[in-house]
Design a protein around this ligand. Structure first.
Ligand code: AMP
Length: 302
């Protein structure tokens, strides 16, 4: 009896808008539900979990890999951001992407490009305050990717909490017919949230960086056990980070999950958020505080 070798269909790699549109419209004509996972590459389990979520709920999964220059300020890590393209393509394929879009900088921003998409209030605090041009770069490129791919659903990580909230707001405000699905933060076994930027950490910094997730778990524990003085919880989070003099806090607090306003008293929808530098590497992390959870977030605004 001959050995049957299952033929796994190879994903298509497209670098032009026309190619993406042709592939997606073929899938759409076959009544397939289209899912997109926008990434900057340097893929890890966090990204792969989004691709798997897309594959589980959609019939045609598009991964995009684009290190978007407009979301990096001068002096940030745009040039040194890791770009292991061959490995990324293999990982996308293994995670079940049917189409991988890898546009060039010139293709996304041809000469003369001058339109930006800006979500106003929600982009001001926290990440927006620390990285003033970051979010308009993100919302601009995400809307462009949505217009190119025209997905039914787009998958984002909870890891970038403020980012997914802004994208939800953008879709509502601009009547973009894409459902946003936010998926859980994938962590290393010791609690560190996975991030492409973890590769910048020296072994000593890697050990120090554990304090971010520890501070979040500490906040969840305090609030979960009935603490109502959120200023005290905030102080405890900050004290835990400050115990290591090599950690520079940018913010560490508890906010309203929908408005991102800092809270003094507990309420239904809360998120603990942290940004800190460990050496030269800037890390962010967050934790949803029960009863708030991803099911409520994905159900939409309160
Ligand atoms: P990036 O390549 O950093 O732009 O991230 C692409 C997507 O992956 C974003 O939606 C991120 O929120 C998501 N992501 C990044 N890290 C994680 C993680 N540890 N767990 C889940 N999703 C993540």
């Amino acid at each position: 009896m001959g050995l049957k070798i299952a033929r796994v269909p190879q994903p298509r790699v497209a670098s032009t808008i026309d190619d993406v549109r042709a592939e997606v419209s073929r899938a759409r004509s076959a009544r397939k539900r289209i899912g997109v996972v926008p990434t900057m590459g340097a893929l890890h389990e966090g990204h792969l979990s989004l691709l798997r979520a897309a594959r589980a709920t959609c019939d045609f999964t598009v991964a995009t890999i684009f290190v978007n220059p407009t979301q990096f300020a001068p002096g940030e890590d745009f040039e040194k951001y890791p770009r292991p393209l061959e490995r990324d393509l293999e990982l996308c394929e293994a995670a079940g992407a049917q189409l991988i879009y890898t546009p060039s900088k010139e293709m996304m921003y041809p000469p003369g490009h001058q339109t930006i998409v800006e979500v106003q209030e929600l982009s001001l605090p926290w990440e927006g305050a620390c990285r003033p041009i970051h979010f308009r770069g993100v919302t601009t490129v995400v809307l462009k990717l949505f217009n190119i791919v025209q997905p039914d659903v787009a998958f984002f990580g909870q890891k970038d909490y403020q980012q997914q909230l802004l994208i939800r707001r953008m879709c509502r405000d601009l009547d973009v017919p894409v459902r946003i699905e936010t998926c859980p933060t994938i962590r290393e076994p010791d609690g560190l949230a996975m991030s492409s930027r973890n590769a910048y950490l020296s072994p000593a910094e890697r050990a120090r960086s554990l304090r971010l997730s520890q501070a979040l778990f500490l906040a969840a524990e305090r609030v979960g056990s009935g603490e109502t003085d959120l200023a005290a919880v905030r102080a405890a989070m900050q004290a835990h980070l400050e115990e290591d003099p090599e950690i520079a806090i940018e913010y560490a607090t508890i906010v309203d999950a929908w408005t991102l306003q800092e809270l003094e008293q507990p309420q239904n929808a809360m998120v603990a958020v942290i940004a800190a530098r460990v050496g030269a590497t800037r890390l962010i992390d967050n934790l949803l505080l029960p009863p708030f959870d991803l099911a409520r977030l994905n159900a939409g605004a309160p």
